[in-house]
Design a protein around this ligand. Sequence first.
Ligand code: 7RM
Length: 635
Amino acid sequence: MSNYHIKHLEEYFQVYRKSVRYPEVFWEEVAEEHFLWRKKWDKVLEWDFTKPEIKWFQGAKLNITENCLDKHLYIRGDKTAILFEPNNPDEEAQHITYNQLHERVCRFANVLKSKGIQKGDRVVIYLPMIPELAVSVLACARIGAIHSVVFAGFSSTALSTRINDCQAKMVITSDGSYRGSKTIDLKGIVDEGLEDCTTVENVLVAKRINSDIDMKSGRDHWLQPLLDNAPTECAPEIMDAEDPLFILYTSGSTGRPKGMLHTTGGYMVYTAYTFKNVFQYKENDIYWCTADIGWITGHSYIVYGPLANGATTVMFEGVPSYPDYGRFWEIVQKHKITQFYTAPTAIRALAKENLDYVNKYDLSSLRVLGTVGEPINEEAWHWYNDNIGDKKCPIVDTWWQTETGGILISPVPFSTPTKPTYATLPLPGIQPALMDENGNEIKGNSVEGRLCIKFPWPSIARTIWGDHERYKNTYFSAFDNKYFTGDGALRDEVGYYRITGRVDDVIIVSGHNLGTAPIEDSINEHPAVAESAIVGFPHDIKGNALYGYVILKETGEVRDRDNLRREINQLITDHIGPIAKLDKIQFVPGLPKTRSGKIMRRILRKIASKDTSNLGDTSTLLNPEVVELIIKDAL
Ligand code: 7RM
């Protein structure tokens, strides 16, 4: 039996049982066999969820980039580490080998040092999906600087809030970025953001779009000449397992963004382990995750997890709709992608388009399909399964969070039988619990509750940067001695988990707990419906009533709206029961979404309850204009 690579269901159960009974033995074996340590740990795990304090592999010494780069040079130095696919399909893809990536990271690390960056300093990275983004992340890790990547679609205010929160000494950016047919003036956004920041001493600027930008003398430096002159070797900074690796901001339901802090040893072990098993990565595979490195998915499953396994990982600069809706599938064919990992929102957007965009391409290289970010509805699951996977590729519905660092609940493909909309079973080392409102664990199967995790895993975030109290209150106070995820879930008759969405998405109508996801699933089955979102609004009798926002497919057909409303409610009645019928149905041109594709229900709730005076922070919205349109026609 191998702890590290699960190959069939029996093995999964064996490994899982061992990981629960003897967690320290289990993780020690994984850590020992597959990674390069400069010194082994004194203690595998020390934890106390009441403080909370979690330490993995205490006393161990390592550098994560030795595991992502140096370790591979002898056996796969000439293998492609990063395969860069540019925004413009006419521009050539770049195959960056492990040897080349190692050299580029070392040069970059030397540039950071020459600009005064030392171990423990914070470096904010605000770059598009170009190779420099991965290189700069790894360069920080090489010298022990703490990177904080800010998604390059965020505004100057969002950027400066994050720079100030972590007191960054440096910003790494580019002149601009390509996004479909548009260009974005990134450097201009940085300049604006920096007007409100005092800690940043230097700005490194990569050239991408050759735009004419202002360079502030003394502060701003073109990156390329510095790299050209930098030495090609840089000895890795030897880090403690619990030294910080990065901060990544995630928005809470209220208040300022939370700077989740991840540390080195445990994060490396867990992301590498889960990458190997969830994607069943094999040596010659070409793995593609379409996320941006600005999100945790990109950190763990474009950069660290794949590279720690010596994989070939694709970085795509563009968008799914440019030059047309076939772009993803064109790339799958062109690079013979074996594992493809994307978000339900992208699947739904592509499923709306003509199937010809899919059928034009040969997708037979695909072996595993993945989804992440929100509950995937049945329709989208089947569309993905039938049209992209040709019913031959298991779909890994991976549930996890910025806070968890890596995937916690997911099928292990070819072992765990999949089930539409179910994330299925916990990965080794993960001990979920469903809790009721009174704080008691709900045992047994066919139950539903709030999802907690009872035992630490190696990649759990250790704190919120600068605010340990908030970390404790947000994650460890709702339930005694448990990590609370903020999500609701149900466990079916065989023990499979289905994530029903954030708990604040649960709406109690006449005393019945209704999750938004199953209702939306029913609505989306209507042939005229493209997408929908349900929220609750106050109701005198029922406590809450349901308000549905529905996007119709663009068929050009004129439809009787009232008739559509009746048909939608009939579908809900058929699937869930009359209790879940919608009181109001508004047809809308779009839904307010965050840039990572999550519906911002907070705004929809306010509109439904006719309270639009203060919509709160909308700076992370992808499509703020749609909010006005929805308010204008609100029922
Ligand atoms: C990786 C990521 C975390 C929240 C999480 C859930 C939701 C993520 C799934 C999912 C249902 C999934 N990190 N979520 N994956 N819900 N099924 N497979 O997305 O910090 O940005 O978001 O996303 O609500 O708590 S995140």
